[in-house]
Design a protein around this ligand. Structure first.
Ligand SMILES: Nc1ncnc2c1ncn2[C@@H]1O[C@H](COP(=O)(O)OP(=O)(O)OP(=O)(O)O)[C@@H](O)[C@H]1O
Ligand SMILES: [Mg+2]
Length: 258
């Protein structure tokens, strides 16, 4: 279980000023084991910052983070990774000189047979034969790097996996495969928690719980059936519209409801 208690994250307004700007504002949230939680909300609401605070990439100004009862507020990224927290970046890094197979093995912490690598890559819609020996460098497209990072998260299999906009840069056809993968992980593993930061209705629909974040604060949170109607997505499904673009969701739905 992950518990965030009264988390505040402030940054200087500019490098010459002692004034600060609050990015995360006294936020408290509990993620239960085995839950699939989607964090959504407008651009700049603080979603990625929150994920970085959980992973230890940023340190909170105040507040406490507990993971399975252990205080990890000041733990390093490596310590948190060893405890079982994993984070898939909104914009994944590239690693010149590193082959895809090696990256998967580093994530898994062991050598992997080709068959196992195939399985991870096919879950993100990539053909193993074409990618295993590719370098994770600039020659890969944005969508390919994103999918490879999701595959490394599958190989790592953390107790708490945080995916930051996994849909970003993924084409519609591969997106279907990806949503199936997230659903399968959730159904197969009730000892694992998944947090997905997303604007996509298809992903939001998979959630047990939805959290709406705006201006660094939780605007609304609760079980999917309670929160989804407030997002105004149910009406769209009724009209056969299953995909909502981020822009539509943000401009026409969230501001008026949550
Ligand atoms: N280190 C920092 N210094 C200054 N401003 C920051 C810093 N980190 C985050 N911010 C600002 O905090 C706000 C929240 O950023 P964040 O990346 O968490 O938003 P987000 O909800 O993930 O948005 P998006 O949906 O666009 O990905 C933004 O306005 C961002 O510019
Ligand atoms: Mg973000």
């Amino acid at each position: 279980m992950l518990e965030l208690k009264n988390i505040v994250f402030e940054v200087p307004v500019d490098e010459h000023s002692s004034k600060t700007k609050r990015i995360i504002d006294d936020l408290s949230l509990t993620i239960e084991d085995g839950k699939f939680t989607v964090i959504t909300g407008p651009n700049g609401g603080g979603k990625s910052t929150l994920a970085k605070l959980i992973m230890g990439i940023e340190q909170p100004t105040s507040g406490t983070i507990l993971f399975n009862g252990e205080d990890v507020t000041h733990a390093s990224i490596t310590e948190r990774a060893n405890l079982g927290i994993g984070y898939g970046f909104q914009q994944p890094a590239r690693f010149k000189g590193m082959k895809v197979k090696k990256l998967l093995e580093l994530a898994a912490g062991k050598r992997l047979p080709a068959l196992q690598c195939n399985e991870y890559l096919s879950k993100v819609g990539l053909c193993s034969a074409a990618y295993l020996t590719r370098e994770v460098d600039k020659s890969l497209s944005g969508g390919e790097v994103k999918r490879i990072e999701i595959a490394t998260m599958l190989a790592r299999d953390p107790k708490l996996a945080i995916y930051d906009e996994p849909e970003a840069g993924i084409d519609l056809w591969s997106f279907d495969r990806l949503t199936e993968t997230f659903r399968d992980i959730h159904e197969a593993r009730d000892d694992r928690s998944i947090v997905i930061i997303s604007h996509q209705e298809r992903i939001i629909q998979l959630a047990d719980d939805i959290v709406c974040l705006r201006d660094g604060r939780i605007e609304d949170a609760g079980p999917r059936d309670e929160i989804m109607p407030k997002l105004g997505l149910a009406d769209r499904a009724q009209f056969g519209c299953t995909l909502t673009t981020p822009t539509e969701l943000h401009l026409t739905k969230i501001p008026t409801t949550c």
